[in-house]
Design a protein around this ligand. Structure first.
Ligand code: DC
Length: 228
């Protein structure tokens, strides 16, 4: 681990906008980006493809250690990175709802989380890293130069997701989205291993009534103050 290289950790629940903020911030600063959620999605996908049972914790950890992955930045705001697994572009495959469910089954497994700790830390390369996830500031990069915990009300996150899906011509009820986000929060925040919570030294930003530029400006002001 190269502790001289600055890290900005951005954690928070799904739908808080942290992915979009992390990408914009990384682009603005010329930093590398770690989308740690994509790693759990990749492990889920690889497990399905190689028929490793979700109950086989040691098998999943082995699989995670052997993954050959690459994140390729793009200029597309909708798809800012392409995700490669063993040379195959799996960007679309890891973003399906099924892949999200598989990711949420492998993510609570301590052996799996341990197996990808070093892989995540290897992303810390000059000139800096923006790390997006649930435990970036609490577990993986405890010495991060800046820790942001980005959150928003369940209602606001359900509305954002609803808008996104409508834009893709997918119809779902706002109420169902609300319930599923609430349920996911509950699971992420109450799991015994690496539960979702703000690091003690995190700056909490509530984006409920802020747009993406307003959040980005707040984060950039903090970066200027802490990292220069
Ligand atoms: O952010 P996402 O939806 O791509 O995350 C996929 C799953 O991985 C989700 O269940 C939360 C989990 N996750 C995690 O446990 N720790 C992280 N650092 C990132 C994601």
């Amino acid at each position: 681990m190269n502790s001289a290289v600055p890290v900005i950790a951005i954690d928070g629940p799904s739908g808080s906008g942290k992915g979009a903020i992390a990408h914009r911030l990384a682009k603005k600063l010329g930093y590398h980006i770690l989308d740690s959620g994509a790693l759990y999605r990749l492990i889920g996908l690889a497990a399905r493809r190689q028929e490793v049972a979700f109950a086989d914790e040691a098998g999943l950890a082995r699989l995670a250690r052997g993954m050959e992955i690459e994140f390729v930045p793009t200029d597309d705001e909708e798809e800012p990175i392409r995700v490669m697994l063993g040379g195959e572009d799996v960007t679309v495959a890891i973003r399906t709802d099924e892949a999200g469910i598989d990711a949420s089954r492998v993510a609570p497994i301590a052996l799996v989380r341990e197996a990808i700790k070093d892989l995540q830390r290897d992303f810390r390369q000059p000139p800096g890293l923006v790390a997006d996830g649930r435990d970036m500031g609490t577990v993986v990069f405890v010495d991060a130069d800046l820790k942001i915990y980005l959150t928003a009300s369940v209602e606001a996150r359900a509305e954002r997701r609803h808008k996104q899906l409508i834009g893709k011509d997918i119809s779902v009820s706002l109420h169902d989205l609300f319930l599923s986000i609430q349920e996911r929060d509950e699971r992420d925040m109450n799991r015994p291993v690496a539960p979702l919570k703000p690091a003690e030294d995190a700056v909490i930003i509530d984006s409920t009534s802020l747009d993406i530029d307003e959040v980005l400006n707040q984060v950039l002001a903090l970066v200027a103050e802490r990292i220069g």
